[in-house]
Ligand binder design. Sequence first.
Ligand SMILES: [Zn+2]
Length: 390
Amino acid sequence: MWDLAYVNTRIAAAVTYNAIACQSEVRGWWAQPETQAGIARIVTISDMQIATQITPLNDANRLGLLYRHEAAQLPWRGPIVDVHTHVGDVEGARLFFEVADLFGVQRIWTMTQLENIDAITAEFGDRVKFIAIPNYMRHAKDTFTVDFLKRIEQFAEKGSRVVKFWAAPRGHDFDREGFELDSPWRRRQMDLARSLGMMIMTHVSDPDTWFASHYLDHRRYGTKAQQYEPLERMLDEYHDVPWLAAHMAGDPEHLDHLQYLLDRYPHLYLDTSATKWLVRELSKHAGEYRAFCRNNPGRILFGTDNVANKETLSFDLYASRFWALRALHETDYAGPSPIVDPDLSMLDPSLPRAPTATRRGAAMDPTTLQCVYHDAAVGLEARSPQGDFS
Ligand SMILES: [Zn+2]
């Protein structure tokens, strides 16, 4: 077991130090040539060496943390599988894996356009598994119907073993045929996935904060509870297909509801992706979340929802997701999250610019971490209907 007290003290000191350095008059003093433009320096506070970069702060790093250094300070040393990423192209993949290496992320599952699979595989090989998605770039009437059927087969030929079905309430803003999770088109696509030995992944629902703001028109979007009616219908119908519900099945706010779903559907799995949302909500009941993961071994999989492509190239962006989620799981540190969370100002416009949520770590034991970070993904891969995930 690691020295948690030391880790917490060190993170807290880094946060305090950076907050002071960034906001006070000493900033001018620190702006020596070697510290300009965000170049890091190591400072010593109370016998601890703290890495800091004074400028520039950005929305993925409001605390001025030097993620490259902080990654090595996190306690967990084992390999990690990230089952929820969007690595879009080879340029994004190069920077993504540079960051992933620092955070111990050995393998990923990614939602990537079919056309970019070969280039990414050529460089990163077995580190990447691909999840079938529609061709969002193609603006045609049959993109999510006939064309998706065709692409599911093409993904399967390239070794994909998962098909993603996106059914967030905001999908009703697009005029999309067969959008409902239990529509005839979705069923045809799920039938095809099952016949090809692929498993199903879904995005249903969204944060409570969105149902309190964007989704007030219940006739259009439905209530949050109503999002689970088609999901449960389909879980019943496809009881023989492993099913991964992204973003803690869209309800990290209510772990009792997730426990009901896991108990009711033994083929259901959850991922921890959507860092801002998950960190904000799980921090509110960190102890309950720790028990939830410990009591459901193999059912909760680590995922970040990192989006990496040539338009998003940012070391801090990718690193912030790994760091915030890992610190949530491994430490019991309570304090500000480094990531700006626009949902907070959406609910309370009086908040200062660039608010960040309060993060409270769940300090999971090594056995639980091993499961969430690695073994759950390996177990689900082994349950792939084809029995071969490679
Ligand atoms: Zn995603």
